[in-house]
Design a protein around this ligand. Structure first.
Ligand SMILES: Cc1ncc(COP(=O)(O)O)c(C=O)c1O
Length: 284
């Protein structure tokens, strides 16, 4: 039987209920994380927990538990669900209250978590995907991992309607990120990606890749670049907790180009997998 985490309790899925007054439903008023589990161990747990607490602070939610208390609860859920390879979704909404734009700071935040089995992304990691280049219509606080993802889900749908696996977004002509991923490109052996400011989510995978690239001696430039540059990239890839490093072989939409799957992407893929293996086997 599947179990979910609600606040400090693990309950059978059938008994997992949330209030219709939850501000998550009314306003998308909450935050979340997706944490990967490899070989029964969380990968990059601390950065995810830190980002969740940062997101909470940025939207003025005072969390009624410590980081360690949250980690303990997530571990209990992981053990109960016996996940070897998969992921854990955790969200916190501001709480349940009469519908009102104005929140009172009296609401009790509601924690919710469940696990998901591994969905293999191996074929995409090997063969690459097409990406649909389209305007970034989201708000100006994309650094917050908010559950309010309307701009992201609309972009993802548009990409899929054009047979693309991801949308690549641009704002005022500068490429920001994917609809649920960060974007990197390679030109002349240098790695380019948007800086971690309010216009993108600073992905945990993005941060891991920047660390891995530094270890490999690959130059990294964190600066905005115009969307036209995508057409001349030697290599391009998107990254996230779920898809790790997934190469892009075709851009469609507002930029059209065909790319080859290149050596730097492969080198980074191998190095990231090695890092994951080392870190997760060390913690079990
Ligand atoms: C908009 C957006 N950017 C980037 C990412 C990648 O973040 P991470 O590597 O922490 O999964 C995600 C992941 O969901 C995302 O939704």
């Amino acid at each position: 039987m599947k179990h979910v985490l609600i606040n400090d309790s693990i309950v059978p899925e059938a008994e997992a209920q949330v209030s219709y007054k939850d501000r998550g439903y009314h306003f998308g008023d909450g935050i979340y994380e997706v944490i990967r589990i490899y070989q029964g161990a969380f990968f990059a747990l601390d950065p995810h927990i830190n980002r969740l607490f940062d997101s909470a602070e940025k939207i003025d939610i005072a969390l009624p538990f410590s980081k360690q208390e949250l980690v303990d609860r997530l571990n209990v859920l992981k053990e109960k669900e016996v996940v070897i390879d998969g992921s854990l979704y955790v969200q916190i909404t501001r709480g349940a209250a009469e519908r009102n734009h104005l929140y009172s700071r009296e609401e009790q935040p509601i924690l919710f978590g469940f696990t998901l089995p591994d969905k293999s992304n191996e074929a995409n990691e090997t063969n690459g995907i097409s990406a649909y280049v389209t305007e970034d219509i989201r708000w100006l606080r994309c650094d917050i991992k908010s559950i309010n993802l309307l701009g992201n889900v609309m972009a993802k749908r548009k990409a899929s309607d054009h047979d693309c696996g991801e949308a690549v977004l641009y704002r005022e002509n500068a490429v920001t990120e994917g609809s649920s991923s960060n974007l990197f490109l390679v030109n002349n052996k240098t790695l380019y990606t948007h800086p971690a400011n309010n216009l993108i989510l600073n992905g945990i995978t993005r941060q891991e890749i920047i660390a891995v690239a530094a270890e490999l001696g690959i130059d990294i430039v964190e600066e905005p670049f115009p969307k036209e540059v995508l057409a001349h990239a030697d290599e391009a890839f998107v990254t996230s907790t779920s898809i790790e490093i997934t190469p892009i072989h075709t851009f469609k939409g507002d930029v059209e180009a065909t790319l080859t799957l290149g050596p730097i992407t492969k080198q980074l893929q191998q190095a990231l997998k090695k890092r994951i293996k080392t870190q997760t086997s060390a913690s079990v």
